[in-house]
Design a protein around this ligand. Sequence first.
Ligand code: ZN
Length: 122
Amino acid sequence: MSLPAFMDMTCRKCGGHIGWFGCVGDAPYCPHCGAEPPREDLRRDEARLDEVRRLLSTKDQDGPTFRKQRELAGLLPGQAARLLGIMIDQLHALEDGKVKPNAAMAQKIAEVYQLDNSPEGE
Ligand SMILES: [Zn+2]
């Protein structure tokens, strides 16, 4: 999903400036020469931007989530690191979103923090 923003582009036909507020797909006809905007190209650009935004927002969410889960489990960083069998530096890297846990570590985190997201249950 795209957020509306101030957009501008240069008309491919006359080189005139076209500005609008909205999404890329909302590009208006050129106010100078009336040319239709290259909607196909704009939509492709927009899809690429959306993908970048999605990746960025995923990155932002992971770290705080691990920290929040640890806090909810009532564990201090040192305790959590010891229970997980990792160095505290590694725990911070996880919580800061600098590294992603592999499957085994994700499972371990779920166990140690007693997260209720295992399909097998107890
Ligand atoms: Zn134009």
